[in-house]
Design a protein around this ligand. Structure first.
Ligand code: AR6
Length: 174
């Protein structure tokens, strides 16, 4: 787990190549980490999202998929926007869809030539995914993805210490 860094704080402050946004399918902003990223990154990000909506996803970005914009005023060069599953709507597809968010964002970061990427705990806020279940999924995907990729570093950024500790406890239990 050398190249997985667990952090606490505000993901908008991360000095990495790409940060991941837990967006919604409209890509037009919202609350939680999405709101924080748009506030800190400024209007350039929203403009880029609007263009993507118009040109590529007129009906919205499907759950589990991702798109990239510039980072606006953020330290990060890129923002990878993904849409996590809404826990009380995703049924038997929840785990697959949440895992897809992580895998697709990691693939996109590699395509962008990034050597590091920061994730928030996708879906665990407004979208209601139980934090322990989400932790296990995120950890499995990232750990497997990083096998043989020594040059890549993944930051998992938790909003507070309690969430980080729950994550650590969950992955240690297995
Ligand atoms: N830095 C790091 N983590 C954060 C930050 C931050 N600045 N702010 C919140 N979190 P959420 P979701 C944590 O609700 O569940 C939006 O309205 C938070 O504590 O941001 O995927 C979108 O537009 C939680 O653990 O995302 C969608 O409509 C995690 O980030 C919807 O919310 C994710 O919480 C997406 O819901």
């Amino acid at each position: 787990m050398d190249n997985i860094l667990l952090k606490t704080g505000d993901i908008t402050k991360e000095k990495v190549c790409a940060i991941v946004n837990a967006a919604n399918s409209s890509l037009l902003g919202g609350g939680g980490v999405d709101g924080a990223i748009h506030r800190a990154g400024g209007p350039e990000i929203l403009e880029a999202c609007k263009k993507i909506r118009k040109e590529e996803y007129p009906h919205g970005l499907p759950t589990g998929e991702c798109v990239v914009t510039n980072g606006g005023n953020l330290e990060a060069m890129h923002v990878i926007h993904t849409v996590g599953p809404i826990y009380n709507q995703c049924r038997e597809k929840c785990a697959f869809l949440l895992a897809s968010c992580y895998t697709n964002a990691l693939n996109m970061a590699v395509e962008l030539g990034c050597k590091n990427i920061a994730f928030p705990a996708i879906s665990t806020g407004i979208y209601g995914y139980p934090k322990d279940e989400a932790a296990q999924i995120a950890y499995n995907v990232v750990k497997n993805y990083l096998k043989g990729k020594d040059e890549m570093e993944v930051h998992l950024v938790f909003h507070n210490n309690e969430d980080k500790e729950l994550f650590m406890k969950t992955i240690q239990e297995k």
